[in-house]
Design a protein. Structure first.
Length: 436
Protein backbone atom coordinates (compact mmCIF):
# COMPACT_ATOMS: atom_id res chain seq x y z
CA UNK A 1 0.00 0.00 0.00
CA UNK A 2 1.61 3.22 -1.20
CA UNK A 3 1.39 6.65 0.35
CA UNK A 4 0.62 9.44 -2.11
CA UNK A 5 3.56 10.97 -3.94
CA UNK A 6 1.45 14.03 -4.88
CA UNK A 7 -1.13 16.13 -3.07
CA UNK A 8 -3.47 18.28 -5.16
CA UNK A 9 -5.08 21.00 -3.04
CA UNK A 10 -8.10 22.44 -4.82
CA UNK A 11 -9.77 25.53 -3.37
CA UNK A 12 -13.13 26.69 -4.65
CA UNK A 13 -16.05 28.65 -3.18
CA UNK A 14 -17.32 26.80 -0.12
CA UNK A 15 -15.01 23.81 -0.37
CA UNK A 16 -11.40 22.66 -0.25
CA UNK A 17 -10.61 19.21 -1.66
CA UNK A 18 -7.27 17.47 -1.13
CA UNK A 19 -6.48 14.54 -3.39
CA UNK A 20 -3.63 12.14 -2.70
CA UNK A 21 -2.22 10.40 -5.77
CA UNK A 22 0.33 7.63 -6.26
CA UNK A 23 1.38 7.27 -9.89
CA UNK A 24 -1.70 9.26 -10.97
CA UNK A 25 -4.05 6.90 -9.11
CA UNK A 26 -6.29 8.43 -6.44
CA UNK A 27 -5.38 6.91 -3.08
CA UNK A 28 -7.04 9.39 -0.70
CA UNK A 29 -9.53 12.24 -0.80
CA UNK A 30 -10.30 14.68 2.01
CA UNK A 31 -12.98 17.37 1.94
CA UNK A 32 -13.48 20.53 4.01
CA UNK A 33 -16.89 21.95 3.15
CA UNK A 34 -18.98 24.92 4.20
CA UNK A 35 -21.91 23.78 6.32
CA UNK A 36 -20.39 20.32 6.79
CA UNK A 37 -19.73 18.44 10.00
CA UNK A 38 -17.13 20.12 12.21
CA UNK A 39 -13.70 18.50 12.42
CA UNK A 40 -12.38 17.96 15.93
CA UNK A 41 -9.58 15.42 15.46
CA UNK A 42 -6.36 16.76 16.99
CA UNK A 43 -8.12 19.12 19.39
CA UNK A 44 -6.54 19.27 22.87
CA UNK A 45 -8.91 20.05 25.73
CA UNK A 46 -9.45 19.88 29.45
CA UNK A 47 -12.54 17.70 29.79
CA UNK A 48 -14.79 16.79 32.69
CA UNK A 49 -15.59 13.12 33.25
CA UNK A 50 -19.37 12.71 33.28
CA UNK A 51 -19.61 8.91 33.52
CA UNK A 52 -17.23 5.97 33.82
CA UNK A 53 -18.14 2.68 32.13
CA UNK A 54 -15.86 0.02 33.58
CA UNK A 55 -17.36 -2.70 31.38
CA UNK A 56 -16.27 -0.71 28.30
CA UNK A 57 -12.94 0.40 29.81
CA UNK A 58 -14.04 3.87 28.81
CA UNK A 59 -15.65 7.06 30.05
CA UNK A 60 -17.91 9.79 28.71
CA UNK A 61 -16.50 13.29 28.92
CA UNK A 62 -17.69 16.88 28.46
CA UNK A 63 -15.34 18.90 26.23
CA UNK A 64 -17.08 22.17 26.96
CA UNK A 65 -18.83 22.28 23.60
CA UNK A 66 -20.00 18.72 23.23
CA UNK A 67 -19.37 15.22 24.54
CA UNK A 68 -16.86 12.56 23.54
CA UNK A 69 -16.05 8.94 24.24
CA UNK A 70 -12.78 8.48 26.15
CA UNK A 71 -10.91 5.19 25.81
CA UNK A 72 -9.00 4.48 29.03
CA UNK A 73 -6.53 1.87 27.83
CA UNK A 74 -4.26 0.67 30.63
CA UNK A 75 -4.69 3.80 32.74
CA UNK A 76 -6.76 3.76 35.92
CA UNK A 77 -10.23 5.27 35.36
CA UNK A 78 -10.57 8.86 36.60
CA UNK A 79 -13.36 9.57 39.11
CA UNK A 80 -16.58 11.07 37.80
CA UNK A 81 -16.43 14.85 37.92
CA UNK A 82 -12.64 14.95 37.55
CA UNK A 83 -10.88 17.11 34.98
CA UNK A 84 -8.49 15.38 32.56
CA UNK A 85 -6.38 16.56 29.65
CA UNK A 86 -7.36 14.78 26.43
CA UNK A 87 -6.72 14.75 22.71
CA UNK A 88 -9.63 14.18 20.35
CA UNK A 89 -8.58 11.37 18.02
CA UNK A 90 -11.56 10.90 15.72
CA UNK A 91 -14.38 13.09 14.46
CA UNK A 92 -18.03 12.31 14.99
CA UNK A 93 -19.55 10.02 12.37
CA UNK A 94 -23.27 9.46 12.04
CA UNK A 95 -24.64 9.00 15.54
CA UNK A 96 -21.22 8.11 16.94
CA UNK A 97 -19.57 10.69 19.18
CA UNK A 98 -16.00 11.93 18.74
CA UNK A 99 -13.42 9.75 20.45
CA UNK A 100 -10.58 10.95 22.66
CA UNK A 101 -7.50 9.67 24.45
CA UNK A 102 -5.58 10.80 27.53
CA UNK A 103 -2.37 10.66 25.51
CA UNK A 104 -1.80 14.35 24.86
CA UNK A 105 0.57 15.41 22.10
CA UNK A 106 1.41 19.07 21.52
CA UNK A 107 2.83 19.47 18.03
CA UNK A 108 5.16 22.30 17.15
CA UNK A 109 6.93 23.20 13.97
CA UNK A 110 9.78 20.73 14.41
CA UNK A 111 9.01 18.69 17.53
CA UNK A 112 6.02 17.17 19.29
CA UNK A 113 5.77 17.12 23.08
CA UNK A 114 4.45 13.86 24.61
CA UNK A 115 3.83 14.54 28.34
CA UNK A 116 2.61 11.00 29.09
CA UNK A 117 5.23 9.16 27.04
CA UNK A 118 8.72 9.75 28.45
CA UNK A 119 10.52 8.33 25.41
CA UNK A 120 12.73 10.51 23.19
CA UNK A 121 12.24 9.55 19.54
CA UNK A 122 13.35 10.82 16.14
CA UNK A 123 11.56 10.29 12.82
CA UNK A 124 12.66 7.05 11.20
CA UNK A 125 13.07 8.76 7.85
CA UNK A 126 15.98 10.72 9.32
CA UNK A 127 18.78 8.19 8.78
CA UNK A 128 21.99 10.20 9.20
CA UNK A 129 23.58 9.13 12.49
CA UNK A 130 25.38 12.42 12.98
CA UNK A 131 22.21 14.47 12.63
CA UNK A 132 20.30 12.17 14.98
CA UNK A 133 23.01 12.48 17.64
CA UNK A 134 23.09 16.26 17.28
CA UNK A 135 19.33 16.54 17.82
CA UNK A 136 19.38 14.22 20.81
CA UNK A 137 22.31 16.02 22.45
CA UNK A 138 20.66 19.42 21.94
CA UNK A 139 17.07 18.67 22.98
CA UNK A 140 16.98 15.80 25.45
CA UNK A 141 18.69 17.70 28.32
CA UNK A 142 15.99 20.40 28.07
CA UNK A 143 13.15 18.00 28.85
CA UNK A 144 11.71 17.81 32.40
CA UNK A 145 11.59 14.30 33.94
CA UNK A 146 8.79 12.14 32.60
CA UNK A 147 8.17 14.25 29.50
CA UNK A 148 8.67 12.70 26.08
CA UNK A 149 9.52 14.27 22.74
CA UNK A 150 9.26 13.25 19.10
CA UNK A 151 11.51 15.03 16.63
CA UNK A 152 10.36 15.34 13.02
CA UNK A 153 12.59 14.89 9.99
CA UNK A 154 12.29 18.62 9.22
CA UNK A 155 14.25 19.36 12.42
CA UNK A 156 17.46 18.19 10.75
CA UNK A 157 17.60 21.36 8.64
CA UNK A 158 16.57 23.79 11.41
CA UNK A 159 18.92 26.06 13.36
CA UNK A 160 19.57 25.25 17.03
CA UNK A 161 17.83 28.42 18.14
CA UNK A 162 14.70 27.47 16.16
CA UNK A 163 14.57 24.02 17.77
CA UNK A 164 15.05 25.37 21.28
CA UNK A 165 12.37 28.03 20.72
CA UNK A 166 9.95 25.41 19.39
CA UNK A 167 10.47 23.16 22.42
CA UNK A 168 10.32 26.07 24.90
CA UNK A 169 6.98 27.18 23.50
CA UNK A 170 5.51 23.68 23.88
CA UNK A 171 6.81 23.31 27.45
CA UNK A 172 5.18 26.64 28.34
CA UNK A 173 1.92 25.45 26.78
CA UNK A 174 2.01 22.21 28.78
CA UNK A 175 2.68 24.15 31.99
CA UNK A 176 -0.52 26.12 31.34
CA UNK A 177 -2.38 22.80 31.00
CA UNK A 178 -1.06 21.59 34.36
CA UNK A 179 -1.96 24.92 35.98
CA UNK A 180 -5.51 24.76 34.58
CA UNK A 181 -5.97 21.21 35.87
CA UNK A 182 -4.71 22.20 39.31
CA UNK A 183 -7.04 25.21 39.43
CA UNK A 184 -10.08 23.23 38.25
CA UNK A 185 -10.38 25.45 35.19
CA UNK A 186 -12.49 23.48 32.74
CA UNK A 187 -13.92 22.02 30.68
CA UNK A 188 -12.45 24.06 27.85
CA UNK A 189 -10.52 23.77 24.60
CA UNK A 190 -6.81 24.41 24.97
CA UNK A 191 -5.73 23.93 21.38
CA UNK A 192 -8.14 23.93 18.45
CA UNK A 193 -8.11 21.09 15.96
CA UNK A 194 -5.43 21.63 13.32
CA UNK A 195 -6.47 22.78 9.90
CA UNK A 196 -7.21 19.82 7.60
CA UNK A 197 -4.68 21.01 5.04
CA UNK A 198 -1.95 21.25 7.69
CA UNK A 199 -2.76 17.75 8.97
CA UNK A 200 -2.50 16.22 5.50
CA UNK A 201 0.76 18.01 4.68
CA UNK A 202 2.27 16.86 7.99
CA UNK A 203 1.14 13.27 7.43
CA UNK A 204 2.72 13.07 3.95
CA UNK A 205 5.73 15.43 4.03
CA UNK A 206 7.42 13.81 1.01
CA UNK A 207 4.46 14.38 -1.31
CA UNK A 208 4.80 17.04 -4.02
CA UNK A 209 2.18 19.78 -3.60
CA UNK A 210 0.09 21.07 -6.50
CA UNK A 211 -2.30 23.99 -6.03
CA UNK A 212 -5.56 24.12 -7.93
CA UNK A 213 -8.61 26.37 -7.98
CA UNK A 214 -12.20 25.79 -9.03
CA UNK A 215 -11.51 22.15 -9.87
CA UNK A 216 -9.18 22.98 -12.76
CA UNK A 217 -6.48 20.38 -12.01
CA UNK A 218 -9.10 17.84 -10.92
CA UNK A 219 -10.74 18.23 -14.34
CA UNK A 220 -7.45 18.21 -16.25
CA UNK A 221 -6.33 14.95 -14.64
CA UNK A 222 -9.82 13.40 -14.74
CA UNK A 223 -9.95 12.95 -10.98
CA UNK A 224 -13.71 13.44 -10.89
CA UNK A 225 -14.20 10.13 -12.68
CA UNK A 226 -12.00 8.42 -10.08
CA UNK A 227 -14.09 10.04 -7.34
CA UNK A 228 -17.29 8.81 -8.98
CA UNK A 229 -15.77 5.34 -9.05
CA UNK A 230 -15.00 5.54 -5.32
CA UNK A 231 -18.61 6.50 -4.60
CA UNK A 232 -20.17 3.76 -6.71
CA UNK A 233 -22.03 1.07 -4.79
CA UNK A 234 -21.00 -1.59 -7.31
CA UNK A 235 -17.48 -1.60 -8.69
CA UNK A 236 -16.23 -3.71 -11.58
CA UNK A 237 -12.57 -4.78 -11.25
CA UNK A 238 -10.21 -5.40 -14.14
CA UNK A 239 -10.02 -9.15 -13.35
CA UNK A 240 -13.71 -9.59 -14.14
CA UNK A 241 -14.99 -9.67 -10.57
CA UNK A 242 -17.30 -7.07 -9.02
CA UNK A 243 -17.51 -5.60 -5.52
CA UNK A 244 -20.71 -4.28 -3.94
CA UNK A 245 -20.37 -1.95 -0.94
CA UNK A 246 -23.12 -1.43 1.66
CA UNK A 247 -22.41 0.97 4.53
CA UNK A 248 -24.60 0.83 7.64
CA UNK A 249 -24.35 2.24 11.17
CA UNK A 250 -23.27 -1.17 12.51
CA UNK A 251 -20.90 -2.45 9.82
CA UNK A 252 -19.72 -2.33 6.23
CA UNK A 253 -20.52 -5.29 3.97
CA UNK A 254 -18.52 -5.96 0.79
CA UNK A 255 -19.94 -8.64 -1.48
CA UNK A 256 -17.55 -10.31 -3.93
CA UNK A 257 -19.18 -11.43 -7.18
CA UNK A 258 -16.79 -13.50 -9.23
CA UNK A 259 -19.17 -13.49 -12.22
CA UNK A 260 -17.30 -15.36 -14.95
CA UNK A 261 -13.81 -14.50 -13.72
CA UNK A 262 -13.09 -18.05 -12.49
CA UNK A 263 -15.76 -20.67 -13.03
CA UNK A 264 -13.57 -23.44 -11.64
CA UNK A 265 -13.59 -23.30 -7.78
CA UNK A 266 -9.99 -24.55 -7.77
CA UNK A 267 -8.95 -21.17 -9.17
CA UNK A 268 -10.77 -19.15 -6.49
CA UNK A 269 -8.01 -19.03 -3.83
CA UNK A 270 -5.52 -17.51 -6.27
CA UNK A 271 -8.18 -15.14 -7.62
CA UNK A 272 -9.09 -13.94 -4.12
CA UNK A 273 -5.44 -13.47 -3.19
CA UNK A 274 -4.94 -11.30 -6.27
CA UNK A 275 -7.91 -9.11 -5.22
CA UNK A 276 -6.64 -8.20 -1.77
CA UNK A 277 -4.62 -5.17 -2.94
CA UNK A 278 -7.70 -3.76 -4.71
CA UNK A 279 -9.85 -4.39 -1.64
CA UNK A 280 -7.38 -2.66 0.68
CA UNK A 281 -7.12 0.32 -1.69
CA UNK A 282 -10.91 0.71 -1.83
CA UNK A 283 -11.26 0.48 1.97
CA UNK A 284 -8.64 3.21 2.29
CA UNK A 285 -10.00 5.53 -0.42
CA UNK A 286 -13.63 5.13 0.71
CA UNK A 287 -12.53 5.65 4.34
CA UNK A 288 -14.48 2.61 5.50
CA UNK A 289 -14.14 1.83 9.20
CA UNK A 290 -15.46 -0.25 12.06
CA UNK A 291 -16.38 -3.85 11.30
CA UNK A 292 -15.87 -4.67 7.62
CA UNK A 293 -17.22 -7.99 6.36
CA UNK A 294 -15.98 -9.30 2.99
CA UNK A 295 -18.30 -11.96 1.61
CA UNK A 296 -16.23 -14.16 -0.69
CA UNK A 297 -17.70 -17.30 -2.23
CA UNK A 298 -16.96 -19.95 0.38
CA UNK A 299 -13.57 -21.68 0.32
CA UNK A 300 -13.83 -25.22 1.79
CA UNK A 301 -10.12 -25.73 2.52
CA UNK A 302 -8.72 -24.07 5.65
CA UNK A 303 -5.30 -23.70 4.01
CA UNK A 304 -6.86 -21.68 1.19
CA UNK A 305 -8.76 -19.45 3.62
CA UNK A 306 -5.56 -18.85 5.61
CA UNK A 307 -3.69 -17.84 2.45
CA UNK A 308 -6.35 -15.28 1.53
CA UNK A 309 -6.49 -13.88 5.08
CA UNK A 310 -2.70 -13.53 5.20
CA UNK A 311 -2.67 -11.80 1.80
CA UNK A 312 -5.39 -9.42 3.01
CA UNK A 313 -3.40 -8.49 6.12
CA UNK A 314 -0.25 -7.98 4.04
CA UNK A 315 -2.20 -5.65 1.73
CA UNK A 316 -2.82 -3.32 4.69
CA UNK A 317 0.90 -2.90 5.37
CA UNK A 318 1.86 0.76 5.25
CA UNK A 319 -1.63 1.97 6.18
CA UNK A 320 -1.44 5.78 6.58
CA UNK A 321 -1.13 6.99 10.17
CA UNK A 322 -3.17 10.18 9.74
CA UNK A 323 -5.47 9.31 12.65
CA UNK A 324 -5.54 5.53 12.89
CA UNK A 325 -3.86 3.97 15.92
CA UNK A 326 -3.00 0.82 13.97
CA UNK A 327 -3.53 -0.64 10.50
CA UNK A 328 -6.67 -2.67 9.87
CA UNK A 329 -6.70 -6.07 11.51
CA UNK A 330 -7.90 -9.22 9.74
CA UNK A 331 -9.71 -11.24 12.43
CA UNK A 332 -10.36 -14.36 10.36
CA UNK A 333 -13.29 -16.19 8.83
CA UNK A 334 -16.77 -16.68 10.22
CA UNK A 335 -18.42 -20.08 10.05
CA UNK A 336 -20.40 -18.90 7.05
CA UNK A 337 -17.23 -18.02 5.13
CA UNK A 338 -17.15 -14.24 5.59
CA UNK A 339 -13.78 -12.54 6.18
CA UNK A 340 -13.87 -10.19 9.21
CA UNK A 341 -11.76 -7.02 9.28
CA UNK A 342 -11.69 -4.20 11.83
CA UNK A 343 -10.59 -0.69 10.87
CA UNK A 344 -10.06 2.00 13.49
CA UNK A 345 -12.61 4.74 12.94
CA UNK A 346 -11.16 8.11 11.95
CA UNK A 347 -14.38 9.98 11.20
CA UNK A 348 -16.85 10.09 8.34
CA UNK A 349 -16.53 7.88 5.28
CA UNK A 350 -16.05 9.41 1.84
CA UNK A 351 -19.66 8.58 1.00
CA UNK A 352 -20.86 10.34 4.16
CA UNK A 353 -18.78 13.40 3.28
CA UNK A 354 -20.06 13.65 -0.29
CA UNK A 355 -23.42 11.88 -0.47
CA UNK A 356 -24.99 12.16 2.97
CA UNK A 357 -24.25 15.67 4.25
CA UNK A 358 -25.91 16.84 7.45
CA UNK A 359 -28.06 19.32 5.54
CA UNK A 360 -31.74 18.62 4.93
CA UNK A 361 -31.19 18.10 1.19
CA UNK A 362 -29.10 14.93 0.70
CA UNK A 363 -26.44 15.26 -2.01
CA UNK A 364 -27.53 18.82 -2.85
CA UNK A 365 -24.37 20.29 -1.33
CA UNK A 366 -22.04 18.16 -3.45
CA UNK A 367 -23.95 18.97 -6.65
CA UNK A 368 -24.23 22.69 -5.85
CA UNK A 369 -20.52 23.11 -5.11
CA UNK A 370 -19.54 21.31 -8.31
CA UNK A 371 -21.94 23.62 -10.20
CA UNK A 372 -20.18 26.68 -8.75
CA UNK A 373 -16.82 25.31 -9.90
CA UNK A 374 -18.26 24.79 -13.40
CA UNK A 375 -19.58 28.36 -13.44
CA UNK A 376 -16.14 29.75 -12.67
CA UNK A 377 -14.50 27.57 -15.34
CA UNK A 378 -17.11 27.75 -18.11
CA UNK A 379 -18.61 31.25 -18.09
CA UNK A 380 -15.61 33.25 -19.28
CA UNK A 381 -16.93 35.93 -21.62
CA UNK A 382 -20.55 35.64 -20.49
CA UNK A 383 -21.56 38.98 -18.99
CA UNK A 384 -24.68 37.73 -17.22
CA UNK A 385 -24.49 33.98 -16.51
CA UNK A 386 -27.44 31.89 -15.41
CA UNK A 387 -27.56 28.49 -13.71
CA UNK A 388 -30.71 26.37 -13.96
CA UNK A 389 -31.01 23.66 -11.33
CA UNK A 390 -33.35 21.58 -9.18
CA UNK A 391 -35.12 23.22 -6.24
CA UNK A 392 -33.06 21.35 -3.60
CA UNK A 393 -29.81 22.65 -5.09
CA UNK A 394 -31.10 26.22 -5.10
CA UNK A 395 -32.38 25.84 -1.53
CA UNK A 396 -28.94 24.70 -0.33
CA UNK A 397 -27.25 27.63 -2.06
CA UNK A 398 -29.73 30.02 -0.49
CA UNK A 399 -29.15 28.51 2.97
CA UNK A 400 -25.95 26.75 4.15
CA UNK A 401 -24.16 27.55 0.87
CA UNK A 402 -24.98 31.26 0.78
CA UNK A 403 -21.37 32.33 1.48
CA UNK A 404 -20.06 30.15 -1.37
CA UNK A 405 -22.73 31.52 -3.73
CA UNK A 406 -21.86 35.12 -2.84
CA UNK A 407 -18.14 34.49 -3.41
CA UNK A 408 -18.91 33.01 -6.82
CA UNK A 409 -21.06 36.02 -7.75
CA UNK A 410 -18.25 38.39 -6.76
CA UNK A 411 -15.75 36.50 -8.89
CA UNK A 412 -18.16 36.57 -11.85
CA UNK A 413 -18.44 40.35 -11.68
CA UNK A 414 -21.39 40.64 -9.34
CA UNK A 415 -24.07 38.88 -11.39
CA UNK A 416 -25.34 35.30 -11.29
CA UNK A 417 -28.94 34.28 -11.86
CA UNK A 418 -30.04 31.02 -10.22
CA UNK A 419 -33.25 29.61 -11.70
CA UNK A 420 -35.08 26.48 -10.63
CA UNK A 421 -36.90 24.07 -12.91
CA UNK A 422 -39.29 21.56 -11.30
CA UNK A 423 -38.62 19.11 -14.10
CA UNK A 424 -34.87 18.99 -13.39
CA UNK A 425 -33.30 15.97 -11.70
CA UNK A 426 -31.22 16.70 -8.61
CA UNK A 427 -27.97 16.28 -10.56
CA UNK A 428 -29.13 18.22 -13.65
CA UNK A 429 -27.42 21.59 -14.12
CA UNK A 430 -27.55 23.93 -17.12
CA UNK A 431 -25.22 26.93 -17.45
CA UNK A 432 -25.36 29.69 -20.04
CA UNK A 433 -26.25 33.34 -20.68
CA UNK A 434 -29.17 34.63 -18.64
CA UNK A 435 -32.50 34.39 -20.43
CA UNK A 436 -34.73 37.44 -20.56
Amino acid sequence: MCDPDRLIIDRSPGETRIAGLADSTLTDLWIDRIGGASRRAGEVAIARVTAVRAELNAAFIDLGHGEAFLKLGKKAPPPEGALVAVTVTTDAAGRKQPQATRQVALAGRFVSLRPDEPEFSIAGTLKAKGKRERLKTLLQPLLPPGIGLHVSAQAAEAEDIQLIADLTKLLTEWKSVEDALAAGDGPKVLRAAPDLEDRIKAAFPAAVLTDSSDGAVFAKEDLDSQIDRALARRLQLSNGTALTFDETEALVAIDVDIAGAAENPKAWPQLFESMTEDLAAEIRLRRLSGLVLVDFPKLPAKADRDRVAEAMQAAFEGWPSLAQEQPPQVLGWTRSGVLEITVTRAGRSLRDDMMRPVEQHPRAATIALEALRRLLRETQGIAQPEMICAQDVADWLDGPGRKALDETKDRLGGFLKVTTDPAFRLDQIEIGPARR
